[in-house]
Design a protein around this ligand. Structure first.
Ligand code: ATP
Ligand code: MG
Ligand code: MG
Length: 346
């Protein structure tokens, strides 16, 4: 069988590697950390540097296809890998790594992000808040995840003294939403697109904590428009694999939040709750195999993240015999760290 290379060594890579193994593929993991939880279940290139072109080249030579489990892989060194091996292509990474280019891209194809202003220098912040209004959220343009690098601003004077990083920030209006949901799709090499059902997502302190199906009626009403946008995004990018778009359901229709050019935490329920999981369909898509059915296998499905210390009480989690427990094998349970998740179907 073929060998799949995964750039990034976290739990998403681990679950991708498990699906790849099920289909008879081997995986290599390219990851900067020494103790990658993905490499535990596959061969590894750990302790690696994203900018080490020779290492990337050696990694690619050991693989037939290369994909990502992390959207902030530096794009420039990826030119050391034959571009036809990469799925999805680097264009999707470039767009998704920068919140401003992501929002502009979405606007250009007819989508609606929250009103925003790009901020390059400290002195741009006050006029941006003036233009966009309060309340709002200041976000770093690059490298944010799990709500890191974000500041809520409820009054203009709160912005005094805030330092804008060299790579810039974006200030966006706080959206008054009724629910959050994501559209997760898979696009195959033939251009075929399939969608999973959209769960409603709940965040706690900027971190996804819970996804649940069925979603409230407002999500059901807005999912068609959100799907059309996500599909257009995938087509414009010539995207191969699983793509996630996060939306706010508002009284004014779906507002685009952000995209992730990869499998997504809000789709973990698909492992037990869909005919084919996001992980398996990503592997199928990049390998050029027929896509699997994305239909849900039950009407009620819930996924809870296990976050931080105290999340690893296996006896408690397994006291519910219907719970599907997933632990990521992380050695240290830091505050706010995703340690695992539990899915309940039916
Ligand atoms: P991740 O990539 O892990 O999903 P992130 O750090 O990129 O997270 P965002 O998705 O931008 O963060 O924001 C995290 C959460 O904060 C959102 O899911 C939402 O609950 C809230 N949030 C972010 N932006 C806004 C906004 N403009 N209006 C209202 N809520 C927001
Ligand atoms: Mg994000
Ligand atoms: Mg997000």
């Amino acid at each position: 069988g073929a060998t799949i290379g995964i750039l990034g060594g976290g739990q998403l890579g681990r679950m991708l590697a498990m699906s790849a193994a099920q289909l008879g593929y081997r995986c290599h993991i390219f990851a900067p950390e020494a103790d990658s939880v993905a490499a535990e279940v596959s061969a590894d290139f750990t302790n690696a540097h994203w900018h080490d072109r020779d290492a990337l080249n050696t990694f690619a030579a050991a693989c037939d296809i290369v994909t990502y489990e992390f959207e902030n892989v530096p794009v420039e060194p990826l030119s050391a890998i034959p571009q036809n091996m990469l799925a999805p292509g680097t264009r999707a990474l470039e767009v998704a790594q920068d919140r401003v280019s992501e929002k502009k891209f979405v606007e250009n194809i007819g989508g609606k992000p929250a009103p925003f202003a790009a901020i390059d220098h400290d002195s741009d912040l006050a006029p941006a808040i003036d233009r966009v209004g309060t309340p709002g959220i200041l976000k770093t343009r690059r490298d944010g995840y799990d709500g890191k690098g974000q500041w809520a601003i409820s009054r203009a004077d709160e912005a005094q003294g805030i330092r804008i990083p060299a790579s810039g920030s974006v200030y966006e209006q706080r959206v008054d939403f009724e629910a959050e949901f994501s559209v997760i799709l898979v696009r195959g090499r033939s251009g075929e697109v399939r969608f999973w059902d959209s769960a409603v997502n709940t965040h706690t302190g900027g971190i996804l904590s819970h996804s649940e199906l069925p979603a409230p009626a407002i999500v059901g009403k807005q999912v068609k428009e959100a799907r059309a946008l996500a599909k257009k995004l995938a087509e414009e990018l010539g995207y191969i694999g699983v793509l996630t778009c996060e939306f706010f359901a508002t009284s004014d229709g779906p507002v685009f939040n952000e995209m992730a050019p990869r499998v997504h935490n809000s789709g973990h329920w698909t492992i037990e709750g869909a005919v084919t999981s996001q992980f398996e369909n990503h592997i199928r898509a990049i390998a050029g195999l027929p896509l699997g059915d994305t239909a849900s296998t039950a009407t009620r499905i819930v996924m809870d993240n296990l976050i931080g210390a105290g999340a690893l009480d296996m006896t408690r989690h397994l006291s519910d015999p219907a719970a599907h427990l997933h632990l990521y094998g992380k050695s240290e349970a830091r505050d706010g760290r995703k340690m695992g998740h539990i899915t309940r179907v039916g």
